[in-house]
Structure formats: structure tokens, C-alpha cells
Design a protein around this ligand. Structure first.
Ligand code: MN
Length: 248
């Protein structure tokens, strides 16, 4: 990492990173690892810019949009997305884009971990082999789906719950912009960001190379936990005194 000149000191901390921020405001969650921890697959500078500027900007814009609507300020990003039709029209698209950006990035950071990757051998691993015939075939289909996203978007491993049973069906889906599969009733298990800002400094135009390399940091432990209990592990941002009830 000698050739990487970026340091934690070289980028100022977002104003939302402070713990003494207004509790009604959405806040940039700290990364669950250090900026250099996903090297060489995700480079330090990309991760710093992505978290501290891109994600922070979605949080800032969401807070600004909600300022004139105190009744919405205590709603989590997930609640806002799931109730987007009841968000006032003047801020609806801004909330979709920035609550979506906030939630999706929060899920993306947790979808990666240092010393991760490999395969998964728990219940999710078995379900993947059942659904996609092999783990390698699953990875190939996920990479293809991510490569084909036109412009900016996300590629997800999701599960759907069958009504009246605990049976879970897996699928690979993509979403444009910052839409989230929860908005179509699908629970995110693992997600990769295929916006150019996620990979361009290191991989330039080679998104397929980024998608292939990303498996080395894929956090299967987190995905297994989500698979075990998809309803309870999704909304981690809901404020304690939220006035909004989760409709799911
Ligand atoms: Mn991103």
C-alpha cells in the first residue's frame, strides 16, 4: 500500500459524522472497518470518497429536504421509501433518491468485510445451491446482472417470503438509481454498488473486473444473518422515539 497516498487525515470528516448531531437528523453511519481494510479489492481512496462524500451527501440532502416537514423528520430512510407515495410531492423524488442512497449505502458497507469472501456454507449457502445449481453459477449470474445495469444502480441477492409460511425464495435483482428491493417486497441479503463512483478510480471502465474482485470482500456472515431473519435485520436506522410505524 506504499503507492497509496490517501490517508484518513486527507479528507475532512462529514459534519454528519458527529455524535452530537441533532437526533432528529439522519446521520452518516461509521464504516464497520477502516478505509484501508478492503485493500486491494476496494482501494482506500475510493472507499473514503464513497463513504465520506457520496454517502454523506445523500444524508445531507435528505435532512435538508425533510426540514420543512417535522412530522417526517423522525421517520427512518426505510420507512420513507416504503411509504414514498405519502411523502409530499414537492420532495418525493428527492426523498426517493437520498433516503434510497442512504439506506442502500448503509446496506452496502455491511455487505463487505475485511478477510471475508469465499463461499457460504450455512442455510443460505444451501439455498443458493438449490436455487442456482452451484455457488459458481450464482456468482456468474450476479456478475452478469451487475454488468448489465445501464448507467447507475445496484445488484442484489434478495429473498421473498411466501405468504403464510417461512419458505424463502432467492433471486438476483437489479435496481436503477437508488431504488431498494424492499419497495417491491423483497428483502436484501447482499448488495453491490455498480455506480461508477464505487469502482472507477481503480477499475476505470472495467465494471466486470470490479464485480469479480468484489467477491473477495463479500460479507457472507451478514448475508446469512439476514437470511435467518430478513424482517428483523433490515431497518437498523429507525430512531428510538420514531413517530413512524414500520408497515412491514
Ligand atoms: Mn455508491
Amino acid at each position: 500500500m506504499d503507492n497509496n497516498t490517501a490517508t484518513a487525515e486527507s479528507i475532512p470528516i462529514s459534519k454528519n459524522a458527529s455524535n452530537d448531531a441533532d437526533p432528529k437528523m439522519h446521520q452518516l453511519p461509521p464504516l464497520p472497518y477502516a478505509y484501508a481494510d478492503l485493500e486491494p479489492h476496494i482501494d482506500t481512496r475510493t472507499l473514503m470518497l464513497h463513504h465520506n462524500y457520496h454517502h454523506a451527501s445523500y444524508v445531507d440532502k435528505l435532512n435538508t429536504a425533510l426540514e420543512p416537514y417535522p412530522e417526517l423528520q423522525r421517520c427512518s430512510a426505510q420507512w420513507l421509501l416504503l411509504n414514498i407515495d405519502s411523502v409530499p410531492e414537492p420532495i418525493r423524488s428527492t426523498v426517493q433518491n437520498n433516503a434510497g442512497g442512504h439506506l442502500n449505502h448503509s446496506l452496502y458497507w455491511r455487505s463487505m468485510a475485511p478477510n471475508a469472501g469465499g463461499a457460504t456454507f450455512g442455510a443460505l449457502g444451501a439455498a443458493i445451491i438449490m436455487q442456482f445449481s452451484s455457488f459458481e453459477e450464482f456468482k456468474t449470474q450476479f456478475e452478469e446482472a451487475g454488468s448489465k445495469v445501464f448507467g447507475s444502480g445496484w445488484v442484489w441477492l434478495v429473498c421473498s417470503l411466501q405468504d403464510g409460511s417461512n419458505e424463502q425464495k432467492l433471486a438476483i435483482v437489479t435496481t436503477p438509481g437508488h431504488e431498494n428491493p424492499l419497495q417491491k417486497g423483497q428483502y436484501p441479503l447482499l448488495v453491490n454498488d455498480v455506480w461508477e463512483h464505487a469502482y472507477y478510480l481503480k477499475y476505470e471502465n472495467r465494471r466486470p473486473d470490479y464485480l469479480k474482485s468484489w467477491w473477495s470482500v463479500a460479507n457472507w456472515k451478514e448475508a446469512e444473518q439476514r437470511f435467518q431473519n430478513p424482517r428483523e435485520t433490515t431497518d437498523f436506522e429507525l430512531p428510538e422515539d420514531s413517530l413512524c410505524s414500520n408497515p412491514t
